[in-house]
Structures are given as C-alpha cells and as structure tokens.
Design a protein around this ligand. Structure first.
Ligand SMILES: Cc1cc2nc3c(=O)[nH]c(=O)nc-3n(C[C@H](O)[C@H](O)[C@H](O)COP(=O)(O)O)c2cc1C
Length: 409
C-alpha cells in the first residue's frame, strides 16, 4: 500500500518537575530536527527548573501551561486529540502516581486522558523512589494500559549519588518516540506471532572477575525486539550483558555466557514462530575457569579454549515446521574473500532463512546508532540498504521476515 501523503506529525512533550527537566530541551530539539511539530506542556514544578521561554523558543510553539489559558480552544481536550505521540520527559514519581489515578487537575493529566496516541514515559528519580513498591506498582499498571514506560538508566544522580534512576539518554528517548510515530497507522502484521530475539554479547569467564567478551552493545537486538512488539508480536528478548532500557511489552530473559544463551534460546524457540539471533556469541570459552581471582604472578602460560556449540546451526537443526530463523553476521573482508563472499558461505553453512550482514570493518556496527546492512535470503535474493538507524534496520528485517511467512504458508 502506498504510504500516506507526508503530514507533519505532532508530538506533545510533557515535562515534569525533576532535576533532569533540562534534558527535555535536547529531546525537543531532536524531535524538531526530525520534522515534528512540538508542543510543550510543563507542570508547574517543571517551570521551577526550566523557564517557559526556553521551551517556547526550542519548540517554536506557545507553551501550554494550564487548563485556563486560551479557553476558547478547549486545550484540555484539543491538545490530546491533536497528538500523534506524547512523551513525558522526565517523568517524576508524583506524575506516575497521578497518571495511574487518571487525574486531570493539570493540563498534562487532562491531555493524557484525551489522547489516543502512543504515550512514552521517560522516568527519572532517585533509586529509592524508583524501587519503592508504590512506584513499581504504578509502572506496572501504566505498562498494562499500553503506555511505554522506559526504565531509568544507571549512573550519576543529583548530587554525589549514583545508581538506577538517571534519565535515559535524550537520543534514545527521541528514537522511541520516532518509532512510535512510524508504527502509527501501520497494521500489526506480527499480531499473535511469537518472536524470540537474542541481543548483546556473551562473556566467557576466565576467573572470578575476568572474562573474554566482545563490544556488542545490544542496540540492534533491542531495536528488533521493540519493533516486533510494536508490530503486534509477543516477544521474548534473550539479553546478554546489555545496559539499555527494556522495550515496552517485551519479556526479558537475562543471560551472560554462551552456554546460558544457548539454553535460553532453545527453551524459547520451542514455541516461537520467528527466531532472530542478533547477539554476538563467543565461539570459544576457556576450558578451565578459576573460582577465585588469579593473583598477580600466577598468570597461566596459556588459556586453553574450548569450541562452543553453534547456537544458530543447532536452532536450525531443531526448527519447528514453518519457523523462520534469522542470523546476523558481522563480517570483515580478508584474503579469503570479501564481506559478501564470507556472508554467502555463512548462510549456506548455517541453513537459516535470512542472514543480515553488516560490514564492521568501518566505524559502524558495534555500539553505533546506525547500521548499513544487506539482507540475504536462502532463495538467493539480496537487499542492500543505505546506512540507517538501528530501528529502521529492524523494520527492514521484519519486512523481510513477513515475506518469508508468505512463502512458507
Ligand atoms: C531539586 C529537586 C529535584 C527533584 N528531582 C526529582 C526527580 O528527579 N524525580 C522525581 O520524581 N521528583 C523529583 N523532585 C520532586 C518533585 O519536584 C515533586 O515530587 C513534585 O511534586 C513533582 O511535581 P510534578 O510531577 O507535577 O512535576 C525534585 C525536587 C527538587 C526540589
């Protein structure tokens, strides 16, 4: 179906009274840069942290501060109705509690009751406030209602404290909002499908504190999980050593080693329609693991390595009828062949349906926000894409998987 004629999407940015309110400015700036029409609704507490003039200048729109301004436009109803997405950044503990109650005693609360657009909530507060049973119960209720509540990040908080409670990075919050906008109006083409995604990088212990690892950030796997959930799938995310917010509506299984990832993938695969192996899994692990930390001067002359089971190949060998299996290959060219030659050989050896290939010899790939991929299919077809965000890559991979469903049914 042809896409709708471009219309400028409207994003309402709610700002509540947390110390991270100044970071909302960066989210507003990024949303404007992406072409959105941004209207800011700060709470009275937020205006004690950042002035109305800053929000007005950055958004290019008048700032809506209370229900009693411009009453002829009925703002407590019209703003919510006009939104294509709403994001609250930062969201205080107090705001979460009010939203659970469905309070409409300020313009932001009324807007949340009147909007039918996706709502993204980026929480930020001290660790004790976040961990309190009341806050956790509020988050659970909001997620059950379909709001996307982002977990706070771990890091430096106000003053000398650090821990969980820090606002996620403005770039990540913006990306979640843009994903929500992209999904709006699209059909839930993965409705009822069960999708299992692995993400991150495994760690193979050498002793009690050291390990052999890799620099996978998990971003691509997390983007795939978020996108699949947004397209209606029931998603299990098997995550190895990733410190990113868990996408809304996704079941998380945390693992660390290749053996644990292997085990978790096989368990989840037994009921899956789609398996996506985006994690970077160690091919080898130390044959012996010291239970204590090896002391200086006692370094072993060599570390003996043992080959790990090839998880992708094992998943292919035990696949259910109709199951679509997707592998990822981070390749570099060498004297044995080009990136694509290595990838073609890998696709044939693994026997999966699709292989998403990215050339990691340049700056892109591990840890970067963008990716340049080619999707190879077992039937020989090949789709090469320009550099794009990992969310857009996720969309392209899911489109290719959708094509496989049509082929297998
Ligand atoms: C300096 C300062 C920093 C604050 N930071 C936070 C915060 O990060 N998260 C939070 O939940 N509350 C924080 N608060 C408390 C809120 O401002 C307070 O709960 C207020 O009622 C929130 O109002 P609002 O949700 O209507 O914006 C802070 C208060 C002060 C004075």
């Amino acid at each position: 179906m042809a896409p709708e004629a471009a219309r400028v999407p409207r994003v309402i940015v709610g700002v509540t009274g947390g110390i991270a309110a100044y970071k909302a400015c960066e989210v507003i700036r990024r949303l404007k840069q992406s072409g959105a029409d941004v209207v800011v609704i700060p709470t009275l507490a937020a205006l004690r942290f950042v002035g109305e003039a800053t929000f007005a200048a950055l958004s290019g729109n008048a700032v809506a501060t209370d229900i009693w301004g411009d009453v002829q436009d009925v703002p407590h109803v019209s703003l919510g109705r006009s939104a294509d997405a709403v994001v609250v950044v930062p969201a205080t503990a107090d705001f979460l509690a009010r939203t659970v109650q469905g309070r409409a005693d300020d313009l932001l609360g009324a807007t949340l009751l009147t909007t039918r657009a996706p709502v993204v909530i980026a929480t930020a507060m001290h660790t004790e406030m976040w961990e309190h049973v009341a806050t956790q119960a509020n988050v659970r209720v909001l997620r059950e209602r379909g709001l996307i509540v982002l977990e706070p990040a771990v890091g430096r908080l106000t003053g000398p404290d650090s821990g969980k409670g820090r606002l996620p990075e403005p770039a990540e919050i913006t990306e979640v909002v843009l994903q929500a906008l992209r999904r709006r109006g699209t059909t839930a083409d993965f409705q009822g499908r069960r999708v299992v995604v692995s993400a991150g990088g495994t760690r193979e212990p050498i002793d009690a504190v050291r390990f052999i690892g890799n620099s996978s950030s998990g971003r691509q796997g997390y983007a795939l999980a978020a996108m699949a959930a947004g397209r209606g799938a029931r998603v299990t995310l098997v995550s190895a050593n990733v410190s990113l917010p868990v996408p809304a509506g996704v079941d998380l299984v945390e693992v660390s080693t290749a053996a644990q990832l292997d085990d978790a993938m096989h368990r989840a695969a037994s009921s899956a329609d789609v398996i996506i192996m985006a994690a970077a899994v160690a091919d080898f692990s130390p044959a012996q693991v010291a239970e204590v930390k090896l002391k200086k001067g006692t370094a072993p002359a060599a570390i003996e390595l043992r080959e790990n089971r090839d998880i992708l190949r094992a998943l292919v060998e035990s696949r259910r009828p109709g199951q679509v299996i997707v592998g990822f290959a981070a390749e570099t060219g060498d004297s044995e062949g080009s990136v694509m030659e290595h990838a073609q050989r890998k696709l044939a050896a693994k026997g999966c349906d699709l292989l998403v290939v990215n050339d990691v010899s340049g700056a892109e790939g591990f840890g970067s926000a963008t990716n340049t991929v080619t999707i190879l299919a077992a039937n020989g077809s090949q789709q090469a894409f320009q550099s794009m965000s990992k969310a857009a890559v996720a969309d392209a991979v899911l489109d290719a998987i959708g094509g496989q469903f049509i082929r297998t049914q």
